[in-house]
Design a protein around this ligand. Structure first.
Ligand code: FES
Length: 88
């Protein structure tokens, strides 16, 4: 099934690219932009993004590796402001 009509990308192309990226690097975070680049193409109109993302999410190799999840500190822990002095 063609997912991106501008670049003629099929669901098979997307799944192949996702599988290849995961096999190449188990820590990588796979984005639509990386999939386009892996296929040697670039998004044009963006109209395919909902279906493009849905196709990516259907691939079991897309998941963010478990050890990279929850790396952002909780909002309550972010009270320190860099470059801002305490006296202001
Ligand atoms: S349909 Fe995919 S960029 Fe236009």
């Amino acid at each position: 099934m063609i997912v991106c009509h501008c670049q003629n990308i099929t669901d098979h192309d997307i799944n192949t690219a996702v599988n290849w990226m995961r096999a190449s690097d188990d820590k990588t975070i796979i984005t639509p932009g990386k999939v386009y680049r892996a296929l040697g193409k670039a998004a044009d109109c963006g109209g395919c993004m909902p279906l493009f993302l849905s196709t990516m999410r259907g691939n079991e190799n897309l998941e963010v590796p478990m050890h990279l999840r929850n790396l952002k500190p909780a909002a309550t822990q972010e009270t320190h402001h860099e470059r801002r002095q305490e006296s202001h």
